[in-house]
Design a protein around this ligand. Structure first.
Ligand SMILES: Nc1ncnc2c1ncn2[C@@H]1O[C@H](COP(=O)(O)OP(=O)(O)OP(=O)(O)O)[C@@H](O)[C@H]1O
Ligand SMILES: [Mg+2]
Length: 299
């Protein structure tokens, strides 16, 4: 049904460096129309950087990011603006303008990017607010509404121009479990009602398994698994007794999905001797060649 021609996002061989740090190292990823792709990985694994490459904020050192078949790196400003109208972004905290009401915040993209009549814009704003269950808060200012309502308002604004893709970075960050679950449900509803594709970066495994069609796991700048949610569920539920059947990478993913403190992920994050780090010295000289066992774990 969906072939490569139809991928609305296609990332090939993406390399992103900051100075001499390679943050993303040869990433391949496709997103199909209408699907929800969840991107996971430890803190600092490059999730937000990948998202910023997808929205054209960062340009890759190598490889390409195509949206709707267009290589972002080749677009001029006008071309980039046209593409931008086709996706919405939900930032952490909703990133609303504090001096504007909820309705004015949602109207903003319509005023900036269309020449629609004020009446029509009003009408469209009401539809978007109804979609996210926030019509009654239209005239409130961001400071007067809760964190969950801010997320909804941010989502209504992201939807203002009827995007084909929605990008979310940590949509449930800072929300209580119930509010977070209601945002998950809203994301699912919107996907079904509007047919938009979503790319969601999240740490919250409950949320990831609720919303994902497919999932992608980043580790140390590499994409180590892209597969259907069911494949990830199987890995998560793989019994400990059969752990040796799994590759090291699969074990690492299993650990991540379960939030286990012990496993290859912790070991791979074990850094050089803390003492060596502190002293910046060759410690074998200080210890007469004896190894120092103290290690620091970074989660
Ligand atoms: N603009 C930047 N300049 C320099 N280094 C950056 C920049 N943005 C990110 N990095 C580095 O890239 C690495 C990956 O960061 P990124 O924010 O993508 O991680 P993340 O997976 O989103 O982490 P988290 O889960 O904590 O949000 C980090 O080491 C970070 O310091
Ligand atoms: Mg991040």
């Amino acid at each position: 049904m969906v072939d490569a021609q139809n991928d609305i996002i296609k990332i090939e061989g993406l390399v992103k460096r900051f100075g001499d740090q390679t943050v993303l190292n040869g990433i391949n990823l496709d997103v199909h129309p209408g699907e929800t792709m969840v991107i996971m990985g430890g803190s600092g694994s490059g999730k937000s950087t990948l998202l910023r490459n997808m929205i054209g904020t960062f340009t890759p050192e190598e490889g390409s990011v195509k949206l709707f078949g267009e290589d972002l790196a080749t677009l001029n400003e006008q071309g980039m603006n046209d593409i931008r109208k086709q996706f919405g972004i939900l930032f952490q905290s909703g990133a609303l303008f504090q001096s504007l009401t909820v309705a004015e915040n949602v109207a903003l993209p319509l005023e900036e990017h269309t020449d629609l009549d004020a009446n029509i814009i009003d009408f469209m704003v009401k539809i978007k607010l109804e979609l996210v269950g926030l019509r009654e808060a239209a005239d409130k200012y961001p400071a007067q509404i809760s964190g969950g309502m801010k997320k909804r308002a941010g989502l209504a604004r992201a939807l203002a121009l009827d995007p084909k893709i929605l990008f979310y970075d940590e949509p449930s960050a800072g929300l209580d479990p119930v509010t977070s679950a209601s945002i998950d449900q809203l994301m699912i509803d919107l996907t079904q009602k509007l047919g938009v594709a979503s790319v969601v970066v999240t740490h919250e495994m409950d949320s990831a398994f609720t919303i994902a069609d497919r999932m992608a796991m980043l580790n140390k700048g590499r994409m180590i698994m892209v597969d259907k949610r069911e494949a990830y569920e199987e890995l998560r539920d793989h019994p400990l007794e059969g752990i040796d059947e799994l590759t090291e990478e699969q074990q690492l993913i299993r650990q991540f999905l379960r939030g286990d403190p012990e496993g290859p992920m912790s070991e791979s994050h074990t850094q050089n001797s803390y003492e060596a780090d502190l002293l910046g010295a060759d410690l074998s000289k200080l210890t007469g060649g004896r190894a120092i066992e103290t290690t620091r774990r970074v989660k």
